[in-house]
Design a protein around this ligand. Structure first.
Ligand code: SF4
Length: 367
């Protein structure tokens, strides 16, 4: 029986038409980057790669929040978890991400109080029940998709007078990262598939200056197979026509202005800062930290979390994978020392990580 709101985005006839359209339009070799990890997984899961012409190479970008969280930030989370006066709450994906010497999972196994939550509001609820002597800290990573919920939890904590709910904000902003990729002299991407859920919050307007400046085709896409095929068809058509505009192929969810409430709550809580991205270095104005007005609930302001600078693991090609310069199988560690059970780099940890997706769908064990 057809499932409403699912089946209508998986219609075989429409899919066949879009695939034929892509094949007919695609004449020269092109590389397209899906910026977002959810796109990477949807493309693999629905088998779209095998349906595209050989002229099209899909590469993944820096859109998995766990993958781009700097090693230094993981080390700071570990330092936070080791404090006896802190109970650390985190999303599950972050647990196994290796820092320079440990991970939150290892710290939990060693007896530190690290708890997995599904929402920052869950963390706040636990925090309300906690004793006043212990600080309750939430490790906030993610893009514009998760930052509003963390901001809302923090405002809620203030409104309820919960003073022991602290947030370590390591959020990243997507448009500056895409701008950094577009500006890179070694860019090997002909068009960008932009993340529908980020644009739902930011609006397409946040990406317009990038397209105007760098003249690279961009299309906002949703996450069902027909959404993806429709967006890819538009990208190919633009490239073959020599056009470079921003198109919205996810109109049922994304508007030009985005979600004003989510933007307002982020503005109320966070300040925009330069941020370090794993493998990509520091990108100007690409991070969100707790604003001065909420310093009392900022874990970084409350504790000394200075950690030494440690180089990223030797041989790990995550940085080049996140820039679309390499695919996971180009990495010498892939499937050898780096597997989902024993990840060396963060791209192998997260369910949205490119290396983990390759391992699962592209010849790794259990593929
Ligand atoms: Fe990094 Fe492992 Fe991917 Fe290599 S296979 S790029 S080490 S995550």
């Amino acid at each position: 029986m057809p499932v409403k709101h699912i089946q209508e985005y998986r219609d075989r006839e429409i899919a066949r038409r879009l695939i034929a359209q892509i094949h007919a339009a695609s004449r020269k070799p092109i590389r397209l980057m899906e910026v977002c990890g959810t796109h990477t997984m949807s493309i693999f899961r629905s088998g779209l790669r095998s349906l595209l012409p050989e002229t099209i190479t899909l590469v993944s970008g820096p859109g998995c929040p766990v993958c781009v969280t700097a090693q230094r930030e993981i080390d700071q989370f570990v330092a936070l978890a080791r404090r006896e006066d802190v109970i650390l709450t985190t999303f599950g994906d972050l647990l196994r991400v290796p820092g320079s010497g440990s991970s939150l999972q290892q710290e939990r196994a060693a007896g530190c109080d690290v708890r997995v939550v599904y929402s920052p509001l869950d963390a706040l609820a636990i925090g309300r029940a906690a004793t006043r002597e212990r600080a309750w800290s939430f490790s906030g990573v993610g893009f514009e998709t998760t930052a509003p919920t963390v901001a809302a939890a923090l405002l809620s904590a203030r409104a309820q007078g919960v003073s022991n709910f602290l947030v370590f904000a390591a959020h990243k902003r997507t448009p500056p990262a895409v701008a950094a990729l577009m500006a890179a002299p070694d860019l090997r991407v002909d068009g960008f598939l932009l993340p529908g859920h980020v644009c739902l919050v930011t609006g397409t307007r946040a990406f317009q200056p990038l397209v105007d400046r760098y003249r690279i085709p961009c299309v906002v896409g949703g996450f069902e197979p027909l959404d993806l095929l429709g967006a890819l068809a538009r990208l190919v058509a633009q490239i073959e026509a020599g056009a470079a505009v921003l198109e919205n192929a996810y109109e049922r969810a994304v508007t030009a202005g985005g979600n004003a409430k989510a933007q307002a709550v982020m503005e109320a809580v966070f300040a925009t800062v330069d941020a370090e991205w794993r493998g990509l270095g520091v990108i100007p104005e690409s991070g969100l930290k707790i604003a001065e007005a909420h310093r009392a609930l900022d874990a970084e302001a409350c504790f000394d979390l200075s950690v030494p600078d440690v180089p990223e693991p030797r041989g790990c090609a995550c940085g080049q994978v996140l820039k679309g310069l390499k695919i996971p199988t180009d990495c010498a560690l892939y499937q050898k020392t780096c597997t989902p059970m024993h990840p060396v780099g963060p791209c192998m940890v997260s369910s949205e990580g490119t290396c983990a997706a390759y391992y699962r769908y592209h010849g790794g064990e259990g593929a």
